[in-house]
Ligand binder design. Structure first.
Ligand SMILES: Cc1cc2nc3c(=O)[nH]c(=O)nc-3n(C[C@H](O)[C@H](O)[C@H](O)COP(=O)(O)OP(=O)(O)OC[C@H]3O[C@@H](n4cnc5c(N)ncnc54)[C@H](O)[C@@H]3O)c2cc1C
Length: 580
C-alpha cells in the first residue's frame, strides 16, 4: 500500500479470491500483491478525467471473483487425448474449463476486459504440461499426423494476442515442468536452459553459480523486461524481446547464442560459435517466429559477470523534449560506452512520473520553478551504468557531462533509485485502477533519430484525439542510430471493442508515421494485419516461404499470427484507410 491518504481513499481491492476465478487469470503476478496510486497521482487522475471521489465509492468493473466456467465442447477425440496422455502422463493433460482458459489469453487490456466480462473464446481443447524436449518433439509429430493445431504458452505476458488458440487444438503450458538448466559453461560464459524457465529462476541460478555449479563468480542474464517476473525465456526469444538494461547488455536477439526447435519438419538446432559467415543466420531467422515455425525447446544464452556494486545511478531534468533527444543522441554517438538503463520521458510522462514517484512532494518542486524548468515542457532522464568498475564509472561520468552540456539539471540518483524499486511492481497498479474503469496499456515502435520528433508527434496526436486521455511517451532502448518510442495511455474505458478500435488507430498511426510496428513486443495476432504493409510485399514473401517450409499444414500457432493465414482484405497497407 502507498502512503496514507489525507482525504478519502477508495477501497482498492485487496481481498483473497479463488484460485480458479477469472481474477486469478487476468490479475498480474502474485495473487496477494497489489499496488495503489499515491494520493498525488490519484488526485491528478481525478482532475484529468473530470472525476470525483464519488466515482470511486464502488467498483465500476466486474472483479471477476467467480470460478471459471463456460460451455465450449472439447473437439479432440478420446483416442487423441489418450495419445497425448501417453506422451506427457495422465495428469499432465487437462481439459477442464479453468486449465483451458488459463492459457488462452495474454495481458493486453483487450484480454483483461474480455476476462472481466467472462468472455471465453479461442480456448484450446486440451492443455499439455510437457517435461522434456523429447516429449515436445513427440507432441509436434502427433499434431502433424492428426492435423491438430498447436499453441505454446510461455509466461503468458503477451501483449499482442500471441497465445490465443484461435483454432482450438492443444496448448503447451511450459511453466510447470519445462524449466530446468541443461548445462552451464563458465569457460565460454554460457548457460543452456529449457524454454519455460522464468526470469527470476534464470537470474537466481546465475547469481548462485558459485554454489550451484562450482563457478568462480556470480553471473547475470542481463535481460530484465518489465514483465521479468512473469515471463519465460522461450517467450522472450520468439518475440524478440528487450530488457530494461538492453542499451548495455543488448536485446534478447543479441544475448541468444543458440536455439533448438521441434518443428513439423524435424529438429532445428543452431550451433554455439560466437560468430560465423556460413550463410543466412539461422538464429535470427527463428527468433521472431512466435511459435509459427515450431516450438522452441532449448536456448543457449550469453551470460555476464554479476557486479551490482559497480552500478552508477544518475538522473537529469531537461528543459524540453528536443534538447533531451539531442542529449540522448550525443550520449549514444560519442563512443564513450553506453549506459545500461536509459529512460528518457517526454513532458507528459515526466509530469506523471514526478507524481508516481513522489518527487513533487520534495523540495525539488520549488527548485524546478526557480531554475526555469516548466511543468509541461521539462523531460526526465534516468539512467544507470553497469560493467567493470572503471568502465561503469567512466560511462556515467561521460553521460553526466553530456547532460550538463545540454542544460540538464542533476537530480542525483534519487529518481533512478525510486524507479528501480518500482520497476517490476507498476503492472499491479493496472488491475487496481481497472476495477474503477481506468485502463492503462502500452504500445511501442522503433524509430531513427531523424524521424523521432515526427513519429512522436503523429502517434501522440492520435492518442490524444480521444478526449481525457493521458499519453505518456519515453525511449528506453537506445542506439547510435535511434531508439524505441514507448507509449503508455491511460483513459476511462470499459468496452473491449472500443478499446480494440482505439488500439488499431494507434497501430495505424505508427505504421503511417514511418516507424517499425514493434521494437520488442512482437506481432502476435493483434498487430498482424499491419505487418506485410509495414515490411513490404517482396520482403514478406520471405517470411511466407519460411512458413511454408516449416509448417505447410499451418498447424503452428495458426489463426493470424504474423499474418500468415490472414485474408488479403484484413491486411492494412500504408496507403489504405483503417476502416475502408
Ligand atoms: C506488464 C508488462 C510489461 C512488459 N514489459 C516488457 C518489456 O519490458 N520488454 C519486452 O520485451 N516485453 C515486455 N512485455 C511483453 C511480454 O512480456 C514479452 O513479449 C515477453 O517476451 C513474452 O514472454 P512470455 O514468456 O510471457 O511469452 P508468452 O506470452 O507466453 O508468449 C508470447 C508468444 O511466444 C510464443 N511462445 C512462447 N514460448 C514459446 C516457445 N517455447 N516456443 C514457441 N513459441 C513460444 C507464444 O505462443 C506467443 O505467441 C511486457 C508485458 C507486460 C504485460
Amino acid at each position: 500500500m502507498s502512503h496514507p491518504y489525507k482525504g478519502f481513499e477508495p477501497e482498492w481491492f485487496d481481498s483473497e479470491f479463488s484460485k480458479n476465478s477469472y481474477r486469478s487469470i487476468f490479475k498480474w503476478g502474485e495473487p496477494r500483491q497489489i499496488k495503489a496510486p499515491r494520493e498525488s497521482l490519484y488526485t491528478m487522475l481525478k482532475a484529468l478525467f473530470g472525476l470525483s471521489d464519488k466515482n470511486f465509492e464502488s467498483y465500476t468493473e466486474d472483479l471477476g471473483l467467480e470460478d471459471v466456467s463456460f460451455d465450449l465442447p472439447v473437439s479432440l477425440t478420446e483416442a487423441q487425448l489418450m495419445a497425448f496422455r501417453e506422451i506427457c502422463g495422465t495428469e499432465f493433460v487437462r481439459t477442464d474449463d479453468y486449465a483451458r482458459l488459463s492459457v488462452a489469453y495474454g495481458k493486453t487490456m483487450y484480454d483483461l476486459m474480455r476476462l472481466r466480462r467472462k468472455i471465453a473464446e479461442n480456448v484450446p481443447d486440451a492443455v499439455l504440461y510437457p517435461e522434456s524436449k523429447e516429449q515436445i518433439e513427440k507432441i509436434v509429430a502427433l499434431c502433424v499426423k492428426e492435423k491438430i493445431p498447436l499453441y505454446v504458452y510461455g509466461g503468458g505476458s503477451s501483449v499482442t494476442r500471441g497465445v490465443e488458440c484461435v483454432r482450438g487444438g492443444v496448448s503447451l503450458d511450459m511453466r510447470l515442468r519445462f524449466n530446468k538448466v541443461i548445462s552451464f559453461n563458465e569457460i565460454d560464459q554460457t548457460i543452456t536452459v529449457e524454454a519455460g524457465m522464468s526470469g527470476p529462476d534464470l537470474e537466481k541460478t546465475l547469481n548462485n553459480a558459485v554454489s550451484l555449479f562450482g563457478a568462480k563468480r556470480a553471473y547475470t542474464c542481463g535481460h530484465f523486461p518489465q514483465s521479468f517476473e512473469y515471463s519465460a525465456v522461450g517467450g522472450w526469444v520468439v518475440t524478440r524481446g528487450a530488457g530494461q538494461n538492453s542499451t548495455y547488455y543488448g536485446c534478447i536477439s543479441d544475448i541468444v547464442l543458440a536455439q533448438e526447435y521441434a518443428t513439423p519438419v524435424g529438429t532445428i538446432k543452431s550451433d554455439t560459435y560466437p560468430r560465423k559467415a556460413t550463410g543466412p543466420d539461422l538464429d535470427q531467422i527463428m527468433m521472431g517466429s512466435e511459435g509459427t515455425f515450431g516450438v522452441l525447446t532449448h536456448v543457449t544464452l550469453r551470460i555476464f559477470r554479476y557486479m551490482p556494486e559497480t552500478i552508477k545511478r544518475f538522473s537529469f531534468m531537461f528543459k524540453d523534449w528536443e534538447t533531451a533527444q539531442a542529449a540522448a543522441r550525443e550520449i549514444m554517438q560519442s563512443e564513450a560506452g553506453y549506459p545500461s538503463v536509459f529512460r528518457l520521458s517526454d513532458p507528459e510522462e515526466t509530469s506523471v512520473m514526478l507524481h508516481l514517484y513522489g518527487v513533487m512532494e520534495t523540495p525539488l518542486k520549488h527548485l524546478f520553478k526557480l531554475r526555469g524548468f516548466e511543468p509541461n515542457k521539462m523531460c526526465l532522464f534516468l539512467s544507470f551504468t553497469n560493467g567493470e568498475k572503471g568502465f561503469s564509472k567512466n560511462a556515467a561520468k561521460h553521460a553526466k557531462k553530456v547532460c550538463r552540456k545540454f542544460g540538464g539539471m542533476s537530480l542525483t540518483g534519487y529518481v533512478t533509485k525510486s524507479w528501480e524499486e518500482g520497476r517490476f511492481n507498476d503492472p499491479y497498479l493496472r488491475d487496481t485502477m481497472q476495477d474503477f474503469s481506468i485502463v492503462t496499456d502500452t504500445m511501442e515502435c522503433s524509430v531513427n533519430w531523424s524521424n523521432m520528433s515526427a513519429v512522436h508527434a503523429a502517434v501522440r496526436a492520435y492518442c490524444k484525439s480521444r478526449p481525457k486521455t493521458v499519453c505518456m511517451t519515453h525511449m528506453s532502448h537506445v542506439y547510435p542510430q535511434g531508439a524505441n518510442l514507448y507509449w503508455i495511455f491511460i483513459t476511462e474505458m470499459s468496452d473491449p471493442e472500443e478499446y480494440r478500435a482505439y488500439h488499431a488507430g494507434i497501430l495505424d498511426a505508427i505504421q503511417k508515421s514511418g516507424a517499425s510496428m514493434s521494437h520488442h513486443h512482437g506481432i502476435g495476432k493483434m498487430f498482424a494485419p499491419w505487418l506485410e504493409g509495414s515490411v513490404g510485399e517482396n520482403e514478406y514473401d520471405v517470411f511466407r516461404a519460411l512458413k511454408n517450409h516449416f509448417d505447410p499444414d499451418n498447424l503452428m500457432n495458426p489463426g493470424g499470427t504474423l499474418g500468415f493465414d490472414l485474408p488479403e482484405d484484413k491486411k492494412i497497407r500504408k496507403d489504405k484507410k483503417l476502416y475502408e
